[in-house]
Design a binder for this molecule. Structure first.
Ligand code: PSU
Ligand code: MN
Length: 303
């Protein structure tokens, strides 16, 4: 039906019980322009290695599920223009048809779980879009976190979303939202939002323990760890808010819907900030990768 192709270093890490961090690939194909996308993907993998774990970037290539992408596969993916954006709804169809696809947070979690990987890193998760009361646009990432036992490190939900509604839904779904080292939720490109942190923990060890306890109690689903962007790299909320509003208005005027919404907004904000949003995005994903590696190592140590 399907098989999983492991990159050699991931295969070895699995057999030696080394900590592994899964990485999504939609950020490469739909979240960043070429060549920054491929450069960032490699840097992020090296950040995971430097922090003591093995990176496993996940994608579907010619119908085969890849866990860990070798250089040539990553290059192909980063430059290809016909790569599908895969979430829970389309992952299996892409495999069945022999297609190429990049995995969102939701699909990355599904594959990570199949591969026995406990932790993933991303930039920002999907969530409840502004105006969701009309569009019903709520990312499948949220329901995935509720049911699949993989822990994710992000810099918050992307600030293009309705953050208040996003965190309400996370609470409704019973997903622990843990903020690292501060009492407010971060807002992706900004270190601070005006929303309180549902839970605060300051070390990877505490987070790993919370994970183990949930698992031991038989509570299904994952955990979301919000790791604020380092202050020096942030774009403050006040500065970004009018730009996000402009991008949202343009999306509405151009009738952008469904899967196209997030990539459209990220690209417009990149243009409107003259690339500053991309620089911030690169810093935060690298920061998340390092913390995810520490959490993966702590989980491994507890087992
Ligand atoms: N984080 C980024 N850039 C991205 C994404 C996350 O910094 O492009 C992707 C992730 O793959 C996430 C997806 O799962 O956007 C959410 O898309 P949607 O809102 O259509 O569910
Ligand atoms: Mn959506």
């Amino acid at each position: 039906m399907f098989d999983i192709h492991y990159a050699p270093e991931v295969f070895e890490a699995k057999s030696q019980n080394k900590p592994i961090v899964a990485l999504e690939s939609t950020i490469i194909t739909h979240g960043m322009p070429y060549p920054q996308n491929v450069e960032t993907a490699r840097q992020v993998e090296n950040d995971v290695r430097d922090a003591g774990a093995i990176p496993a970037t996940i994608a579907v290539l010619s119908g085969q599920i890849h866990v860990g992408l070798e250089d040539s596969a990553l290059d192909t993916l980063a430059q290809a223009r016909d790569v599908a954006k895969l979430s829970r709804a389309d992952l299996a169809a892409c495999v069945a048809r022999g297609g190429n696809g990049a995995t969102t947070v939701a699909a990355t979690m599904i594959v990570a779980h199949l591969a026995g990987i406990a932790v993933f890193a991303t930039g920002g998760i999907g969530g409840v879009h502004r105006g969701a009361e009309h569009s019903f646009d709520i990312s499948a990432d949220l329901h995935e976190l509720a049911q699949t036992p993989v822990r994710g490190v992000c810099a918050g939900a992307k600030a293009i979303l309705d953050l208040k509604k996003t965190f309400e839904v996370l609470e409704t779904l019973g997903i622990p939202v843990i903020v690292r080292g501060q009492d407010t939720l971060p807002a992706f490109w900004s270190a601070q939002s005006d929303l309180p942190a549902p839970l605060r923990m300051d070390t990877a060890q505490e987070i790993a323990k919370a994970h183990q306890t949930r698992h031991a109690m038989g509570i299904p689903g994952g955990q979301l760890i919000c790791n604020p962007i380092p202050q020096a790299a942030e774009i403050p909320n006040a500065e970004l808010a009018p730009i996000i509003t402009q991008a949202l208005n343009e999306a509405e005027a151009q009738n952008i819907t469904a899967k196209a919404v997030t990539p459209f907004l990220l690209n417009r904000i990149f243009e409107l900030t003259q690339g500053r949003s991309l620089a911030a995005n690169i810093t935060l994903i690298r920061h998340n990768a390092r913390f995810a590696a520490q959490i993966a190592a702590e989980i491994q140590a507890l087992q």
